[in-house]
Write a protein that binds this ligand. Structure first.
Ligand code: AHR
Length: 644
């Protein structure tokens, strides 16, 4: 290996490593957001705006990755979760009560539901409790304090109400009795619950021995200790993982989350501002509701807290809807432009501006570190390009200092979109790859066209053929990062995805940091990125690598088992032959990218013998998938016979 220190190439960008946060797998709600009560405002079983059960588009809360869009299935799943997910009613002795979801006299019009508790019978010997499971349990630590807030209004009810945290085995870990718990109009109650003991699977109870009717809303419980001790803050262990990565920027809030289930229900920064009781929350297309407790302001604050630039992704009037991409009518564009310009003003406008003043009222007169704006997520096609051009012009005219990013890449596949874009600062191209792909295509980006743009690899991961993430994944990710570094003149930013996974509701196979309500750990790929960032090269040097010959035959630089995963590209290959040490070990009439085979005219069958996949502009490959490290020679008489 010869390294020529005088022959310098491109400098590696200090912004190469950032992070991408999305509301997926409860990364925020029941994850980074330190709130301990699930469905705190009883809004989770709402039907999102712009959706209906009959349209088939609605993804019910907490139903992981959908496999079917049959309307009957959706309805069944929706009904299965009940009307007050995470809450239940418990009675002792002869107490009798019923709960229902009420929309009468709401605490706030934007959050129309409350829980109505009708207590028919209760006395000293028989009590009634409404119980919250937390996010698959509540972790309570001896000696720690928890801030409780809840609202009630009552009728023919004399109180008192006791709030408590109870262990799995029934032990009371903390409790506080509100003697004055009765009010004909909405009244806020607060206390600090101090834990006398610990349990990692505790539940929260509101208990009474009084008959009558109680409407309950916005029940919120926070550990006093949050990241930087901010009220309404972040969970300490998870926030520390993110801070320790020293990301140069944070992209948020998605991903598909940005696209929304419908354009009407897609996230909107204005709805996520202001009093928590007035935030309607957002349905994640990943199958659950989030409170928007980590709203626009809180996330900008988090960026500032960890020294990262902010990259906000906004919905540009295109929704996910089963990935078909449904566009809101063009008449809506001026409104969307006005909205995102307001959002930018909120983040960086002077306090004398309308939205800068609101930011100051919310406790932050200084501008936040917003540097990048991304127009939608993973949208391709000329219609998107036309829309992008309009947004780009409007944003740059007012905020020339911002980098405006397009939500698709510049790879071969995206050419028609790129050609229709007049000007973009950075293109965001995603790269989920199978095991060995980064090694085989170590020179992938070397071949990319250089033009008046930079590339941001906004979502990358080796995420198939590696279980839920292992050393092999980390080696692949490291190789991939080296490929980006080598192309530093083009690639200036990257972020691994997805970032966070609550293991009780996983939406995606491989994630960087895994956790439940009590524990968390970062996968080895996390430490790979941390190491590569902490020891980031400053400049590329010219190298010349000559491979030694091994016994028998020349060994190519990257060889072995090949698995390529790619976009939803459909392709099939004809007459595939695989040779091992010049011996024919496998043939197939047809193989497709999903590892299925068929004979001419026959049906596709699952194939665990061979795998043939394609990737954008790459050679088709066929391999044995016996998980060994043998070297195969591939004789490909393959030709693509189907797909786009
Ligand atoms: O990271 C998971 C998903 O992958 C993102 O939501 C989306 O942008 C991509 O398709």
């Amino acid at each position: 290996l010869t390294i020529d220190v005088n022959n310098k190439g491109a400098k590696i960008s200090p912004s190469l490593h950032g992070i991408f946060f999305e509301e997926i797998s409860h990364g925020g709600e029941g994850g980074l957001y330190a709130e301990l009560i699930q469905n705190r405002g009883f809004e989770e079983s709402n039907i999102p705006p712009g959706c209906s059960l009959d349209s088939g588009w609605i993804i019910p809360p907490r139903i992981p990755h959908f496999s079917s869009n049959a309307v009957s299935d959706w309805k069944m799943k929706w009904e299965a979760i009940g009307q007050w997910p995470a809450w239940s009613l418990q009675t002792t002795g002869k107490a009798k009560a019923e709960v229902s979801l009420s929309s009468k006299q709401p605490l706030h019009a934007a959050t129309p539901h409350s829980l109505q508790l009708d207590i028919k019978a209760a006395d000293k010997a028989g009590s009634v409790s409404v119980v919250n499971d937390g996010f698959w349990g509540i972790r309570v630590d001896k000696g720690e304090s928890y801030n409780l807030t809840y609202y009630i209004r009552t009728k023919k009810f004399s109180g008192p109400i006791t709030a408590s945290l109870k262990a799995d085995d029934g032990r009371t870990l903390a409790s506080y009795t509100f003697d004055d718990a009765k009010s004909s109009s909405w009244k806020k109650y607060t206390c600090i619950l101090k834990a006398s003991d610990s349990d990692s699977n505790a539940k929260f109870h509101l208990t009474t021995n009084s008959p009558g009717t109680v409407w309950i809303d916005f029940v919120s419980l926070f550990p006093v200790k949050t990241f930087k001790n901010r009220p309404n803050g972040m969970r300490v262990d998870l926030a520390n993982y993110l801070a320790d990565l020293k990301p140069s920027f944070i992209r948020w809030p998605g991903g598909c989350f940005v696209e929304g289930i419908s354009t009407e229900s897609a996230p909107n920064w204005k709805r996520s501002l202001g009093p928590l009781t007035e935030r309607p929350g957002t349905y994640s297309p990943w199958g659950y509701w989030s409170s928007d407790g980590i709203g626009y302001h809180e996330f900008l604050q988090f960026c500032e807290d960890i020294g990262a630039d902010a990259m906000y992704v906004f919905n540009c009037g295109v929704s996910c809807e089963m990935r078909a991409g449904v566009y809101s009518p063009d008449e809506k564009i001026p409104g969307i432009i006005a909205d995102i310009l307001d959002g930018i003003e909120y983040a960086i406008g002077p306090v004398s501006s309308k939205w800068g003043a609101v930011r100051a009222q919310n406790g932050h007169p200084a501008p936040f570190p917003l540097k990048y704006i991304e127009v939608g997520n993973e949208q391709v096609g000329e219609r998107y390009a036309k829309r992008f051009n309009i947004f780009y012009k409007a944003i740059k005219e007012k905020y020339p200092q911002l980098e405006v990013m397009a939500a698709m890449g510049i790879a071969h596949l995206h050419k028609p979109t790129v050609n229709a874009i007049s000007k973009m600062d950075i293109a965001d191209e995603h790269a989920y790859k199978g095991v060995y792909w980064p090694m085989i295509y170590h020179d992938w980006y070397d071949k990319y066209e250089r033009k008046d743009w930079k590339l941001y690899v906004g979502e990358y991961a080796c995420n198939s053929g590696v279980g839920s993430g292992n050393m092999m994944a980390a080696l692949n990710d490291a190789t991939f990062i080296l490929g980006m570094e080598r192309n530093a003149d083009l690639i200036t930013m990257s972020s691994y995805a997805p970032l966070l996974e609550n293991i009780n509701d996983t939406d995606w196979p491989v994630n960087l940091i895994r956790f439940d309500n009590a524990k968390s750990f970062a996968r080895i790929s996390y430490y790979t990125i941390k190491m590569m960032n902490e020891n980031r090269a400053s400049v590329n040097l010219k190298t010349d690598l000559k491979l030694a010959e091994t016994e028998g035959s020349k060994v190519p630089l990257y060889t072995g088992k090949i698995g390529l995963s790619t976009w939803d590209t459909y392709a099939e290959f004809k007459d595939v032959q695989v040779l091992q040490n010049n011996k024919l070990v496998y043939t197939s009439d047809f193989v497709n990218h999903r590892n299925e085979w068929r004979t001419e005219g026959g049906d596709w069958k699952v194939n665990d013998q061979a795998l043939a996949q394609t990737t954008e502009g790459a050679w088709p490959m066929a391999i044995l998938s016996d998980r060994s490290f043998d070297i195969y020679t591939l004789k490909l008489k393959a030709r693509k016979t189907g797909g786009p």
